[in-house]
Design a protein around this ligand. Structure first.
Ligand code: ARG
Length: 246
């Protein structure tokens, strides 16, 4: 199955009929895990992978998990939580899976198992549209940087500050990338987040621009990241079905 994030960007922007044709899920659910459902954690502030549209959580990850639930023959229950609670919830068996544009990292692989990768991304920086002084990661020294808490962006900026690549920068974690971007111009100078999410944020805000974060010598600041769906370690049965759907 091919999932096109661009379709979701288009749908979100134009309210195209496509969006009403996709399966949607009630946000309000307080389900506990049971055998008749696939219980999934997401963090729904991350378009186009998961976002709220007309009170429903929709997006690429939701479509994937809907197809997984259909294949198993159970109901899908998607619950919105803080991004940094997803891996722990999956690891402890509170939920069956985590689908949230989650980058597969060595550290996370110590806690959960991941599906095969289904998309890739890189780190982007969001800045005021009229900014001309910040071009490279070194230019973010001394700046106030906003990130979504617990994301690879958060971890990367923390490391860059520690390594002296962004000397004196102050890192502020937010619940969503959009909330971080809303601080630009007041508390925040720049936001670091994944590519497509950055592009959607700037599409909705003419006062902002976004581009890939690179070193001044042209080398990438971070490796290309790949997204996977996560399950509890050893849940090979569910993982196999997810991989089949992907
Ligand atoms: N890919 C990044 C990470 O794994 C950001 C994911 C944020 N996802 C979300 N649904 N808010 O850390």
């Amino acid at each position: 199955v091919v999932f096109s994030p661009l379709l979701f960007i288009f749908a979100a922007k134009t309210l195209s009929p496509y969006i009403s044709a996709v399966s949607t899920l009630a946000i309000a659910s307080c389900g506990e895990k049971n055998d008749n459902q696939l219980l999934v954690y997401t963090e729904a502030g991350f378009a186009p992978y998961e976002f709220v549209y007309k009170n429903e959580i929709v997006g690429v990850d939701i479509e994937i998990m809907k197809a997984v639930a259909d294949k198993i023959g159970v109901e899908l229950d998607v619950q919105d939580t803080n991004f940094d609670a997803i891996i722990g919830g999956v690891q402890t068996g509170k939920v069956n899976a985590g689908a949230a544009g989650i980058t597969i990292t060595a550290e996370r692989l110590e806690s959960v198992d991941f599906s095969q990768p289904y998309t890739q991304t890189e780190q982007y920086v969001i800045l005021p549209a009229d900014n001309t002084s910040v071009k490279f990661v070194e230019d973010l020294a001394g700046k106030n940087i906003g990130v979504q808490q617990g994301t690879t962006s958060d971890l990367m900026v923390e490391e860059l500050i520690a390594n002296g690549k962004m000397t004196g920068a102050i890192l502020t974690p937010y619940n969503t990338p959009a909330l971080a971007a809303a601080g630009i111009g007041t508390k925040i100078d720049a936001v670091v987040t994944d590519k497509l999410t950055a592009e959607i944020i700037i599409n909705n805000n003419a006062g902002l621009q976004a581009f890939p974060l690179t070193n001044s010598d042209g080398s990438p600041v971070a490796e290309i990241e790949k997204y996977g769906i996560c399950v509890a370690k050893g849940n090979d049965e569910l993982l196999a079905i997810i991989n089949e759907v992907l």
